[in-house]
Design a protein around this ligand. Structure first.
Ligand code: NAP
Length: 332
Protein backbone atom coordinates (compact mmCIF):
# COMPACT_ATOMS: atom_id res chain seq x y z
CA UNK A 1 0.00 0.00 0.00
CA UNK A 2 1.04 3.61 -0.56
CA UNK A 3 1.15 6.31 2.08
CA UNK A 4 2.67 9.74 2.63
CA UNK A 5 5.18 10.33 5.40
CA UNK A 6 6.59 13.47 6.98
CA UNK A 7 10.24 12.44 7.15
CA UNK A 8 11.70 15.76 8.37
CA UNK A 9 10.19 19.22 9.02
CA UNK A 10 8.86 20.51 5.70
CA UNK A 11 9.30 17.17 3.89
CA UNK A 12 6.34 15.09 2.76
CA UNK A 13 7.24 11.93 0.81
CA UNK A 14 5.09 9.28 -0.92
CA UNK A 15 6.17 5.75 0.05
CA UNK A 16 5.16 2.14 -0.42
CA UNK A 17 4.87 -0.08 2.62
CA UNK A 18 3.75 -3.67 3.15
CA UNK A 19 0.02 -3.98 3.85
CA UNK A 20 -0.48 -3.86 7.64
CA UNK A 21 -2.25 -6.84 9.26
CA UNK A 22 -4.70 -6.61 12.16
CA UNK A 23 -3.72 -7.77 15.63
CA UNK A 24 -6.27 -8.85 18.26
CA UNK A 25 -8.98 -6.18 18.70
CA UNK A 26 -7.95 -4.30 15.57
CA UNK A 27 -9.73 -3.49 12.31
CA UNK A 28 -8.32 -2.92 8.82
CA UNK A 29 -9.67 0.04 6.84
CA UNK A 30 -9.42 0.41 3.09
CA UNK A 31 -9.23 4.18 3.07
CA UNK A 32 -11.58 6.13 0.82
CA UNK A 33 -10.94 9.75 1.84
CA UNK A 34 -9.03 11.95 4.25
CA UNK A 35 -9.17 15.64 5.11
CA UNK A 36 -6.73 18.32 6.19
CA UNK A 37 -6.71 20.51 9.27
CA UNK A 38 -4.53 23.50 10.09
CA UNK A 39 -2.79 21.25 12.63
CA UNK A 40 -1.46 19.09 9.77
CA UNK A 41 0.34 22.10 8.31
CA UNK A 42 1.89 22.87 11.71
CA UNK A 43 3.02 19.24 12.07
CA UNK A 44 4.44 19.15 8.55
CA UNK A 45 6.37 22.36 9.20
CA UNK A 46 7.75 21.18 12.56
CA UNK A 47 5.71 23.80 14.48
CA UNK A 48 3.64 21.45 16.66
CA UNK A 49 6.04 20.68 19.50
CA UNK A 50 8.34 17.69 19.49
CA UNK A 51 6.85 15.22 17.06
CA UNK A 52 8.38 11.84 16.46
CA UNK A 53 9.34 11.48 12.80
CA UNK A 54 8.74 9.90 10.40
CA UNK A 55 5.00 10.02 10.83
CA UNK A 56 2.10 9.38 8.48
CA UNK A 57 0.11 12.62 8.77
CA UNK A 58 -3.60 13.49 9.05
CA UNK A 59 -5.95 12.76 11.91
CA UNK A 60 -9.00 12.68 9.68
CA UNK A 61 -9.98 9.91 7.33
CA UNK A 62 -12.76 7.49 6.48
CA UNK A 63 -12.89 4.09 4.86
CA UNK A 64 -14.47 0.67 4.78
CA UNK A 65 -13.61 -2.13 7.18
CA UNK A 66 -12.17 -4.98 5.09
CA UNK A 67 -10.88 -7.28 7.84
CA UNK A 68 -11.03 -7.63 11.61
CA UNK A 69 -8.63 -9.17 14.11
CA UNK A 70 -9.39 -11.75 16.73
CA UNK A 71 -11.93 -10.70 19.37
CA UNK A 72 -13.41 -7.73 17.50
CA UNK A 73 -17.08 -7.32 18.43
CA UNK A 74 -18.01 -3.62 18.03
CA UNK A 75 -17.30 -3.31 14.32
CA UNK A 76 -18.15 -5.54 11.34
CA UNK A 77 -16.45 -6.11 8.00
CA UNK A 78 -18.19 -3.76 5.55
CA UNK A 79 -18.84 -0.98 8.07
CA UNK A 80 -18.15 2.57 6.85
CA UNK A 81 -16.10 4.22 9.59
CA UNK A 82 -13.88 7.16 10.51
CA UNK A 83 -11.01 7.14 12.99
CA UNK A 84 -11.40 9.13 16.20
CA UNK A 85 -8.87 11.96 16.66
CA UNK A 86 -7.59 10.95 20.09
CA UNK A 87 -7.38 7.16 20.11
CA UNK A 88 -7.11 7.20 23.91
CA UNK A 89 -10.35 9.18 24.55
CA UNK A 90 -13.48 7.11 24.11
CA UNK A 91 -15.62 8.80 26.77
CA UNK A 92 -15.69 10.51 30.18
CA UNK A 93 -12.88 12.89 31.13
CA UNK A 94 -9.93 13.10 28.72
CA UNK A 95 -6.96 10.83 29.45
CA UNK A 96 -3.74 12.49 30.67
CA UNK A 97 -1.82 11.29 27.65
CA UNK A 98 -3.44 11.85 24.28
CA UNK A 99 -2.83 9.50 21.36
CA UNK A 100 -3.75 11.69 18.44
CA UNK A 101 -3.70 10.28 14.92
CA UNK A 102 -1.22 11.87 12.55
CA UNK A 103 0.97 13.18 15.38
CA UNK A 104 1.39 10.99 18.45
CA UNK A 105 0.95 7.99 16.14
CA UNK A 106 0.66 7.34 12.42
CA UNK A 107 -2.41 8.91 10.84
CA UNK A 108 -4.81 8.39 7.97
CA UNK A 109 -2.87 9.36 4.82
CA UNK A 110 -2.36 5.74 3.80
CA UNK A 111 -4.32 3.47 1.50
CA UNK A 112 -4.68 0.89 4.27
CA UNK A 113 -4.89 1.73 7.98
CA UNK A 114 -5.12 -0.54 11.02
CA UNK A 115 -6.76 0.84 14.18
CA UNK A 116 -8.14 -0.62 17.39
CA UNK A 117 -11.88 -1.27 17.06
CA UNK A 118 -12.29 1.16 19.96
CA UNK A 119 -10.76 3.92 17.82
CA UNK A 120 -13.35 4.15 15.05
CA UNK A 121 -16.97 5.30 14.72
CA UNK A 122 -19.57 4.43 12.08
CA UNK A 123 -20.35 7.22 9.64
CA UNK A 124 -23.87 8.58 9.31
CA UNK A 125 -25.57 6.81 6.37
CA UNK A 126 -26.41 10.21 4.89
CA UNK A 127 -22.74 11.10 4.32
CA UNK A 128 -20.34 10.05 1.58
CA UNK A 129 -16.84 8.89 2.57
CA UNK A 130 -15.50 12.26 1.46
CA UNK A 131 -17.94 14.06 3.76
CA UNK A 132 -17.33 11.62 6.60
CA UNK A 133 -13.59 12.20 6.36
CA UNK A 134 -14.07 15.85 7.38
CA UNK A 135 -15.55 15.06 10.80
CA UNK A 136 -12.97 13.70 13.30
CA UNK A 137 -11.09 16.89 14.22
CA UNK A 138 -12.89 20.03 13.02
CA UNK A 139 -16.49 18.91 13.47
CA UNK A 140 -15.98 17.19 16.84
CA UNK A 141 -14.13 20.29 18.09
CA UNK A 142 -17.01 22.57 17.06
CA UNK A 143 -19.50 20.14 18.63
CA UNK A 144 -17.58 20.03 21.91
CA UNK A 145 -17.24 23.84 21.96
CA UNK A 146 -20.94 24.50 21.49
CA UNK A 147 -22.76 21.59 23.12
CA UNK A 148 -20.42 19.95 25.64
CA UNK A 149 -18.11 22.61 27.10
CA UNK A 150 -21.05 24.95 26.92
CA UNK A 151 -24.72 24.33 26.37
CA UNK A 152 -25.81 26.48 23.49
CA UNK A 153 -29.54 27.16 23.55
CA UNK A 154 -31.86 28.43 20.80
CA UNK A 155 -31.86 32.19 20.46
CA UNK A 156 -28.37 32.69 21.89
CA UNK A 157 -25.76 34.54 19.83
CA UNK A 158 -22.49 32.92 18.75
CA UNK A 159 -19.48 34.76 17.35
CA UNK A 160 -17.54 32.61 14.89
CA UNK A 161 -14.11 33.65 13.63
CA UNK A 162 -13.07 32.71 10.09
CA UNK A 163 -14.38 30.43 7.36
CA UNK A 164 -12.14 27.38 7.85
CA UNK A 165 -12.98 23.86 8.97
CA UNK A 166 -13.83 24.37 12.66
CA UNK A 167 -15.60 27.65 11.98
CA UNK A 168 -17.98 26.39 9.30
CA UNK A 169 -18.94 23.33 11.34
CA UNK A 170 -19.60 25.70 14.27
CA UNK A 171 -21.75 27.83 11.96
CA UNK A 172 -23.76 24.82 10.77
CA UNK A 173 -24.21 23.40 14.28
CA UNK A 174 -25.18 26.78 15.75
CA UNK A 175 -27.84 27.31 13.06
CA UNK A 176 -29.03 23.72 13.55
CA UNK A 177 -29.55 24.58 17.25
CA UNK A 178 -31.53 27.74 16.49
CA UNK A 179 -28.82 30.19 17.51
CA UNK A 180 -27.99 33.54 15.93
CA UNK A 181 -24.55 33.64 14.28
CA UNK A 182 -22.21 36.54 13.72
CA UNK A 183 -19.42 35.42 11.40
CA UNK A 184 -16.08 37.21 10.99
CA UNK A 185 -13.97 36.81 7.87
CA UNK A 186 -11.05 38.73 6.48
CA UNK A 187 -12.49 38.28 2.98
CA UNK A 188 -15.75 39.52 1.48
CA UNK A 189 -15.38 36.94 -1.27
CA UNK A 190 -15.29 34.13 1.32
CA UNK A 191 -18.33 35.60 3.05
CA UNK A 192 -20.18 35.34 -0.26
CA UNK A 193 -19.01 31.73 -0.72
CA UNK A 194 -20.52 30.64 2.60
CA UNK A 195 -23.70 32.73 2.44
CA UNK A 196 -25.87 29.63 1.90
CA UNK A 197 -24.88 28.31 5.36
CA UNK A 198 -27.09 30.98 6.90
CA UNK A 199 -24.94 33.23 9.12
CA UNK A 200 -27.27 35.97 10.35
CA UNK A 201 -24.57 38.64 10.15
CA UNK A 202 -21.16 38.56 8.53
CA UNK A 203 -18.47 41.15 9.17
CA UNK A 204 -15.62 41.66 6.73
CA UNK A 205 -12.82 42.43 9.19
CA UNK A 206 -10.61 43.87 6.45
CA UNK A 207 -13.27 46.48 5.75
CA UNK A 208 -14.15 46.83 9.46
CA UNK A 209 -10.93 46.35 11.45
CA UNK A 210 -12.75 47.57 14.60
CA UNK A 211 -15.14 44.62 14.36
CA UNK A 212 -15.83 44.67 18.11
CA UNK A 213 -17.88 47.84 17.61
CA UNK A 214 -20.02 46.12 14.98
CA UNK A 215 -20.54 43.09 17.23
CA UNK A 216 -21.60 45.27 20.15
CA UNK A 217 -24.00 47.17 17.94
CA UNK A 218 -25.52 43.93 16.63
CA UNK A 219 -26.05 42.71 20.21
CA UNK A 220 -27.49 45.96 21.55
CA UNK A 221 -24.31 46.62 23.55
CA UNK A 222 -24.70 43.38 25.53
CA UNK A 223 -22.11 41.21 23.79
CA UNK A 224 -22.37 37.66 22.47
CA UNK A 225 -23.22 34.57 24.52
CA UNK A 226 -20.51 32.34 23.02
CA UNK A 227 -17.32 32.77 21.02
CA UNK A 228 -15.75 30.03 18.92
CA UNK A 229 -12.20 31.39 19.32
CA UNK A 230 -9.77 30.04 16.74
CA UNK A 231 -7.65 33.17 16.29
CA UNK A 232 -5.50 33.21 19.44
CA UNK A 233 -3.12 36.09 20.09
CA UNK A 234 -4.72 38.76 17.92
CA UNK A 235 -8.36 37.88 18.47
CA UNK A 236 -8.76 36.39 21.97
CA UNK A 237 -8.46 39.70 23.91
CA UNK A 238 -10.91 41.27 21.48
CA UNK A 239 -13.27 38.29 21.74
CA UNK A 240 -13.28 38.69 25.52
CA UNK A 241 -14.17 42.35 25.16
CA UNK A 242 -17.41 41.54 23.31
CA UNK A 243 -18.54 38.52 25.39
CA UNK A 244 -21.53 39.20 27.64
CA UNK A 245 -21.52 38.85 31.43
CA UNK A 246 -21.23 35.14 32.25
CA UNK A 247 -20.72 34.38 28.57
CA UNK A 248 -18.49 31.59 27.29
CA UNK A 249 -15.37 31.60 25.13
CA UNK A 250 -14.29 28.25 23.67
CA UNK A 251 -10.53 28.60 23.27
CA UNK A 252 -9.63 26.45 20.30
CA UNK A 253 -6.99 27.89 18.01
CA UNK A 254 -3.81 29.85 17.68
CA UNK A 255 -3.97 31.04 14.08
CA UNK A 256 -2.41 34.41 14.93
CA UNK A 257 -0.11 33.13 17.69
CA UNK A 258 -0.34 31.35 21.01
CA UNK A 259 0.96 33.93 23.50
CA UNK A 260 -1.87 36.18 24.67
CA UNK A 261 -2.10 39.26 26.92
CA UNK A 262 -5.53 40.25 28.20
CA UNK A 263 -6.95 42.21 31.13
CA UNK A 264 -7.74 39.69 33.87
CA UNK A 265 -9.92 42.19 35.70
CA UNK A 266 -12.33 42.48 32.78
CA UNK A 267 -12.58 38.69 32.70
CA UNK A 268 -13.43 38.28 36.37
CA UNK A 269 -15.62 41.38 36.61
CA UNK A 270 -17.80 40.03 33.82
CA UNK A 271 -17.50 36.42 35.08
CA UNK A 272 -16.66 35.10 31.64
CA UNK A 273 -15.95 31.40 31.32
CA UNK A 274 -13.00 30.30 29.18
CA UNK A 275 -12.88 26.64 28.14
CA UNK A 276 -9.82 25.08 26.58
CA UNK A 277 -10.95 22.62 23.93
CA UNK A 278 -8.95 19.70 22.59
CA UNK A 279 -11.20 18.08 19.99
CA UNK A 280 -13.46 15.59 21.80
CA UNK A 281 -14.13 11.97 22.68
CA UNK A 282 -15.63 9.08 20.75
CA UNK A 283 -18.87 9.62 22.70
CA UNK A 284 -18.97 13.23 21.47
CA UNK A 285 -18.32 12.05 17.92
CA UNK A 286 -21.14 9.49 18.05
CA UNK A 287 -23.61 12.00 19.53
CA UNK A 288 -22.66 14.47 16.80
CA UNK A 289 -23.17 11.85 14.08
CA UNK A 290 -26.75 11.28 15.25
CA UNK A 291 -27.43 15.02 15.00
CA UNK A 292 -25.80 15.21 11.55
CA UNK A 293 -27.98 12.36 10.29
CA UNK A 294 -31.20 13.64 11.85
CA UNK A 295 -30.67 17.16 10.52
CA UNK A 296 -29.45 16.12 7.05
CA UNK A 297 -26.39 18.28 7.61
CA UNK A 298 -23.62 18.06 5.00
CA UNK A 299 -20.06 19.29 5.62
CA UNK A 300 -18.93 22.22 3.48
CA UNK A 301 -16.18 20.84 1.21
CA UNK A 302 -14.24 23.40 -0.76
CA UNK A 303 -12.17 21.08 -2.92
CA UNK A 304 -11.33 17.40 -3.38
CA UNK A 305 -7.81 16.38 -4.42
CA UNK A 306 -6.83 12.94 -5.78
CA UNK A 307 -4.37 10.92 -3.66
CA UNK A 308 -1.60 11.74 -6.14
CA UNK A 309 -2.03 15.48 -5.48
CA UNK A 310 -1.55 15.45 -1.71
CA UNK A 311 1.36 17.98 -1.81
CA UNK A 312 -0.89 20.40 -3.68
CA UNK A 313 -3.62 19.94 -1.06
CA UNK A 314 -1.11 20.86 1.67
CA UNK A 315 -0.04 23.95 -0.30
CA UNK A 316 -3.67 25.04 -0.75
CA UNK A 317 -4.31 24.62 2.98
CA UNK A 318 -1.21 26.61 3.83
CA UNK A 319 -2.18 29.41 1.45
CA UNK A 320 -5.63 29.64 3.11
CA UNK A 321 -7.33 29.85 -0.26
CA UNK A 322 -10.44 27.83 0.62
CA UNK A 323 -13.52 27.79 2.84
CA UNK A 324 -14.59 24.82 4.97
CA UNK A 325 -12.69 21.62 4.26
CA UNK A 326 -10.08 20.32 1.85
CA UNK A 327 -10.45 16.62 1.16
CA UNK A 328 -8.26 13.93 -0.40
CA UNK A 329 -9.98 11.13 -2.30
CA UNK A 330 -8.18 7.79 -2.50
CA UNK A 331 -10.37 6.64 -5.39
CA UNK A 332 -9.82 9.47 -7.87
N1 NAP B 1 -8.08 22.81 20.14
C1 NAP B 1 -8.57 21.95 19.26
O1 NAP B 1 -9.10 20.89 19.58
C2 NAP B 1 -8.49 22.29 17.80
C3 NAP B 1 -9.15 21.50 16.85
C4 NAP B 1 -9.13 21.92 15.51
C5 NAP B 1 -8.46 23.09 15.18
N2 NAP B 1 -7.79 23.77 16.12
C6 NAP B 1 -7.10 25.02 15.82
O2 NAP B 1 -8.11 25.94 15.40
C7 NAP B 1 -7.58 26.79 14.39
C8 NAP B 1 -8.44 26.65 13.13
O3 NAP B 1 -8.26 25.35 12.62
P1 NAP B 1 -8.91 24.94 11.24
O4 NAP B 1 -8.42 23.58 10.93
O5 NAP B 1 -10.37 25.21 11.25
O6 NAP B 1 -8.19 26.00 10.28
P2 NAP B 1 -8.48 26.39 8.79
O7 NAP B 1 -9.44 25.42 8.19
O8 NAP B 1 -7.16 26.64 8.19
O9 NAP B 1 -9.29 27.77 8.91
C9 NAP B 1 -8.77 28.89 9.51
C10 NAP B 1 -9.63 30.09 9.13
O10 NAP B 1 -9.46 31.10 10.12
C11 NAP B 1 -9.28 32.36 9.53
N3 NAP B 1 -7.94 32.88 9.90
C12 NAP B 1 -6.74 32.47 9.46
N4 NAP B 1 -5.75 33.20 10.03
C13 NAP B 1 -6.37 34.05 10.85
C14 NAP B 1 -5.90 35.06 11.72
N5 NAP B 1 -4.59 35.34 11.83
N6 NAP B 1 -6.80 35.78 12.43
C15 NAP B 1 -8.12 35.52 12.31
N7 NAP B 1 -8.63 34.57 11.50
C16 NAP B 1 -7.75 33.84 10.78
C17 NAP B 1 -9.40 32.18 8.03
O11 NAP B 1 -10.72 32.56 7.65
P3 NAP B 1 -10.95 33.92 6.82
O12 NAP B 1 -9.94 33.90 5.73
O13 NAP B 1 -12.35 33.80 6.40
O14 NAP B 1 -10.71 35.06 7.78
C18 NAP B 1 -9.17 30.69 7.84
O15 NAP B 1 -9.90 30.17 6.78
C19 NAP B 1 -6.11 26.38 14.23
O16 NAP B 1 -5.32 27.18 15.09
C20 NAP B 1 -6.11 24.95 14.69
O17 NAP B 1 -4.84 24.53 15.12
C21 NAP B 1 -7.79 23.39 17.41
Amino acid sequence: MDCYEITAPGTLVRKSRPDPRPGPGEVVLRMAAASLNYRDIMIKNGKYGNMRLPVIPLSDGAGQVVATGEGVTRILVGDRVAGIFNQAWTGGPPPIHARALGGDMDGMLAQTVVLPETGVVRLPDSLSFEEGATLPCAAVTAWNALFVSSRLTPGETVLIIGTGGVSLFALQFAKMAGARVILLSRSLEKIERVRSLGADHAIDTTLHPQWEEEVLELTGGRGVDHVVEVGGAQTLPRSLSITRHQGHVAVIGVLSGGEVRFPVFALLARQIRLSGIYVGSRDHFEAMNVAIGENALHPHISRIFPFGEVPQAFRTMEAGDFVGKLVISFDR
